[in-house]
Ligand binder design. Structure first.
Ligand code: IVH
Length: 681
């Protein structure tokens, strides 16, 4: 269902109509959620989806008696709880035996074949998701309750939290059984995890060590609205209990789960023998880093369900499945030295320089110790033996010190620096962090700020990576601030060893192109402490241009949803600084002119007719502009038309619109809509 641009007035509808509309909206939203979150194949623009969602919310707010148990609006989080209740699982949720050794997997196959008296046994292999196991219960096709695995017999009820996860269907397809309990894994995708950690870091909050901890910490929260704001997802991989259906193989179970509307992993594969299962493990290990979620191995399961019954279970784990895990991603090595690194915001970070060691196929020679509190807690010193870990793309870190050497043989601990190791400026302590007060006079901060400015999420200057920036500082191409970038000329570059004719041309062109990046990128690129990519977007949306943001007071900033007092204070302090203002002025003087970004798709699927002349745009301009935003601009009014814009001297189309009851907008109303929806003013 393609939503109309404006919905009928609720005041003019009777209850039957409203109820029918609410039902149709729910159907449509369930359908689109399934396309988007389960099949990963959306067929509607975000904006059109939002329109459906807003309309349903509006109806439910005005007529609370129409709210149903499975309404998608409840995904945004219900009332907080005082504590989590314990619930018994439909069937015990077993654990798995696990190994990292090929031999053990061959033994597993041997054992099974001997027990069953067969020559060959077929398996189903699945990625082993690194998340949290949950039970989901559906009655009459509706999500009724859900719980954590707990001790396998009793779990904690987390229904409202699970409801916020969009890939968990609230309503199953009509063919689904009347009663069904399934098992799945809730996890946090890598990109969501990293974005969340970045934002937490910017807000000065503690970060999660890995996506698994983040998912676990989130799922057991008492306040579902917090859970709703976290990027969780889920795969379902088994039936715990079911009424009215029987299956012969696990492959059939998987197909049924998919058909009923669950998100089933697309890498689940049939392996006709243990050799294929081992090959599957090798393949998954090579693909591991390219997957958008963490896996820590594969699960090898006997496909035939009758075989499973024959094999039976041990106390806590089945005999018909095994977790074939990957080699762990941590390793033990020695700390050659500990150095202090200064970041772009001046924060001093202790970093361990390591004797190089391969961790999960990547050689690591340095690992962060995060901050001085953590350094003190772990008490890591030069010469110590430590365990280092790498989780996904996250920078390697020191997990723990393993030394049990005699204290007298150890080096003394690193002392808290009382000056910046790069520029010798004074340092100040801010909570767990130590910060250099040198600003851009500190070369480390200058270097960091320029790398950040040119980075992908910032002004995206291709060819200006950290090595080049470092060289520019060494050679004096850049001396004071990012504004120096715009004084770079091709001739100047040709004198430098890394540049030839073509590369110099390219870089100059890339710097030139960066002059017209969108406003939110520019705000992010400035490197305001606590302002990450998301916050930069929020600010760009609110202000539409830089000058009003530069002059904004704390109170005004705090009035923006999502901006708290610390962020507001940080923004004000940044723009309050004389030197920062001077840099911004220089940037503008060199021709940097960020543009407020039009939100493409803001008018997706909307049919518009123009009649009469517009003051701001010619006919030739307005059509491509609106089409660029996803609208269809039609020459005549029809039943399908969403609205007609009347400019100067409207023609007969206005009359047609009136007759057909199509919404009519004045030129002013249209501009307002354009500003509101697409940020164009
Ligand atoms: S099957 C009785 N399949 O691994 C067998 N488990 O150590 C039930 N896990 O707690 C588990 N991905 O949460 C199975 N594709 C997968 C899995 C999987 C992750 C987790 C599960 C369990 C743990 C076992």
């Amino acid at each position: 269902m393609e939503p109309p641009f404006s919905f009928p007035d609720l005041e003019k509808m009777n209850r039957r109509e409203i109820k029918a509309e609410a039902r149709a909206l729910r159907e449509a939203i369930h359908y689109h959620d399934h396309r988007y979150y389960v099949l990963d194949a959306p067929v509607i623009a975000d904006e059109a989806y939002d329109r459906l969602f807003r309309r349903l919310t509006e109806i439910e707010e005005r007529f609370p008696e129409l709210v149903t148990i499975d309404t998608p609006t409840r995904r945004v989080g219900g009332e907080p709880l005082d504590e989590l209740d314990r619930v018994e699982h439909a069937r015990p949720m077993l654990s798995l035996d696990s190994t990292t050794e090929r031999e053990k997997v061959l033994d597993f196959d041997d054992f099974i074949r001997r027990n069953l008296g067969v020559d060959r046994v077929a398996f189903i292999c699945e990625p082993k998701f690194d998340g949290l196991s949950v039970e989901l219960v559906y009655r009459d096709g509706r999500f009724e309750s859900g719980s954590t695995r707990g001790n396998g017999l009793l779990g904690e009820e987390i229904t409202e939290n699970l409801r916020t996860i969009r890939s968990i269907p609230l309503r199953l397809r009509p063919e689904a059984p009347t009663y069904l309990s399934v098992r799945g894994e809730v996890f946090m995708p890598k990109d969501g995890f990293q974005a969340m950690n970045r934002e937490r870091l910017e807000r000065g909050e503690e970060t999660f060590a890995n996506p698994r901890n983040a998912a676990a910490g989130t799922l057991r929260r008492l306040d579902p609205t917090i859970v709703a704001g976290r990027p969780l997802s889920a795969f379902v991989f088994d039936v715990l209990s079911i009424e009215g259906f029987a299956f012969d193989t696990h492959a059939e179970v998987i197909d049924a789960l998919r058909a009923w509307g669950f998100r089933v992993n697309e890498r689940v594969a049939a392996c006709p023998s243990i050799e294929e299962a081992i090959a599957y493990h090798v393949k998954m290990e090579t693909e591991r880093d390219t997957l958008p979620y963490e896996i820590d191995g594969v699960v090898v399961k006997v496909d035939n369900l009758r075989f499973r019954e024959t094999l039976g279970e041990k106390e806590r784990s089945p005999r018909w499945a095994i977790a074939f895990k990957f080699e762990p991603r941590h390793e033990v090595t020695r700390v050659a030295d500990i150095v202090v690194q200064v970041g772009r915001t001046g924060v001093l970070t202790p970093v361990a320089l390591l004797e190089p060691v391969s961790v999960g196929g990547v050689t690591i020679s340095r690992a962060t110790l995060h901050n001085f509190d953590e350094l003190a807690r772990k008490d890591v010193r030069r010469g110590d033996t430590v365990r280092v870990a790498r989780a996904g793309d996250v920078i390697p870190h020191v997990v723990e010190r393993l030394d049990d050497r005699d204290e007298s043989l150890r080096e003394p601990p690193l002392e808290l620096p009382n000056a910046c190791p790069v520029c010798a400026s004074e340092v100040v302590r801010e909570g767990a962090y130590v910060r250099c007060t040198g600003g851009l006079a500190c070369r480390a901060q200058l270097l960091g700020s320029i790398i950040h400015y040119a980075s992908k999420g910032g002004m995206d200057i291709e060819g200006l990576g950290s090595k080049t920036v470092r060289m520019f500082l060494e050679k004096g191409v850049i001396r004071e601030s990012v504004a120096d970038l715009y004084t770079i000329r091709k001739e100047g570059l040709l004198d430098l060893e890394r540049f030839a004719e073509k590369s110099a041309d390219n870089l100059v062109a890339a710097i030139e192109a960066s002059k017209r990046r969108s406003l939110h990128r520019f705000i992010y690129a400035l490197g305001i402490p606590l302002v990450g990519e998301h916050m930069a977007r929020v600010l760009a949306d609110r202000y539409g241009a830089l000058p009003p943001l530069v002059d904004a007071e704390c109170e005004e900033l705090e009035a923006i949803h999502e901006v708290g007092p610390e962020v507001a204070e940080s923004i004000r302090r940044f723009f309050g600084s004389e030197s920062n203002r001077r840099i911004i002025e220089k940037l503008y003087a060199s021709g940097v002119e960020p543009v407020a970004e039009a939100r493409t798709g803001a008018f997706e699927g909307v049919r518009i007719v123009f009649t009469g002349g517009l003051g701001r745009y010619s006919r030739g301009e307005i059509k491509p502009l609106m089409e660029g935003l996803g609208a269809a601009v039609a020459p005549s009014v029809s039943e399908e038309t969403d609205f007609v814009v009347t400019g100067e001297k409207p023609g007969s189309k206005l009359e047609q619109a009136r007759k057909k009851g199509v919404t009519i907008l004045s030129e002013e109303e249209f501009y307002r809509l354009l500003a509101e929806k697409a940020g164009i003013s």
